[in-house]
Design a protein around this ligand. Structure first.
Ligand code: COA
Ligand code: MG
Length: 272
């Protein structure tokens, strides 16, 4: 399942929730955590419960972000979400430990958000928990947890690469952080391209304007597909004559390039 674009929608905002049904993000993340004020949590759960019975997202992935699982609100959210059939995935904010118990209790896919210092130190325990299908990270909460600045954490390439490496080590999707400036679409595109280069397969989003760009960036481009097809052709031809390395224009290619090419083609959506 592609997760190129995963749009957050505040769980207490009926208009935006209804709107999200007609948008083309690969996933929606209906949020019960930080976009819902403390006094609105119960109302948001009830609203979501009734809208989930009524609305359809046309087979797209529907996730719910619950409150942190070590809070009363988080435990209540989990009890609700476990009963909502339309929801296939639970996003776990401020994940810090093995999450297998949530998968066992709910039967839903898990999507942890690594956004505390402790979460980072235990990122492998989190990523290898039962039911985890993807991981992402949150620079704002991370900066808060460490006492650093948002800017330093948002642009931290070490953390960004680490999350992608852990995701690939445990066979789950690496999904990049949100980009907070809604009006800077060029900046959003650059940010998404950087994430793609590090191995991310998609991004969490906060506004519908970001969807098309994310879908485009995280879909292999025409040039990437052409390169991949050429590499496969040249490498397979070379293999037939017992050679492991070959020339493609001025570049040497071998089995690594062949595997990269195969992976690029595996990410081409079935419909295109
Ligand atoms: N999901 C669905 N629809 C959205 C949306 C979202 N995340 N963000 C905006 N829209 C809709 C708006 O409702 C509006 O449609 P309308 O005029 O028919 O109501 C349209 O897209 C344009 O929105 P715009 O006026 O540019 O934005 P806004 O001022 O209404 O909202 C935010 C701005 C930031 C409050 C809003 O984008 C938002 O709530 N984002 C998600 C926040 C979130 O969940 N954060 C938690 C994770 S970090
Ligand atoms: Mg957060």
């Amino acid at each position: 399942m592609p997760r190129r674009s995963m749009l957050f929608v505040p769980g207490n905002d009926e208009r935006k929730i209804r709107k999200s049904c007609d948008l083309n993000s690969d996933s929606v993340i209906l949020d019960l955590e930080d976009s819902v004020p403390a006094g609105e949590k119960e109302r948001a759960r009830e609203l979501l419960g009734s809208l989930l019975r009524e609305l359809s997202w046309g087979g797209r992935e529907v996730c719910v972000r619950i409150n942190p699982i070590y809070t009363r609100e988080g435990i209540e959210d989990l009890a609700y979400v476990a009963k909502w059939d339309t929801v296939s995935c639970i996003m776990i904010p401020k994940a810090e430990n093995d999450l297998s118990f949530i998968y066992r209790a709910s039967g839903k896919n898990l999507f942890p958000l690594i956004e505390t210092a402790r979460g980072f130190l235990r990122i492998e325990d989190i990523a290898r928990s039962e039911g985890v299908v993807a991981i992402t990270w949150g620079p704002a909460d991370l900066a808060l947890s460490v006492g650093g600045s948002l800017d330093a954490y948002e642009n931290n390439q070490f953390i960004r690469a680490l999350v992608a490496m852990v995701a690939s080590s445990y066979g789950v999707d690496a999904i990049d952080k949100v980009y907070f400036n809604i009006d800077d679409l060029d900046g959003f595109r650059r940010d998404a391209l950087e994430a793609k280069k590090l191995g991310y397969v998609g991004k969490t989003l906060i506004h519908p304007k970001q969807i098309d760009i994310a879908n485009e960036v995280f879909t292999p481009s025409k040039q990437e597909i052409e390169w991949a097809l050429k590499v496969i052709e040249v490498f397979e031809e070379a293999s037939k004559s017992g050679r492991g390395a070959a020339r493609l224009g001025s570049e040497m290619i071998d089995v690594v390039h062949y595997r990269i090419a195969k992976r690029i083609l595996s990410r081409v959506p079935k419909t295109s």
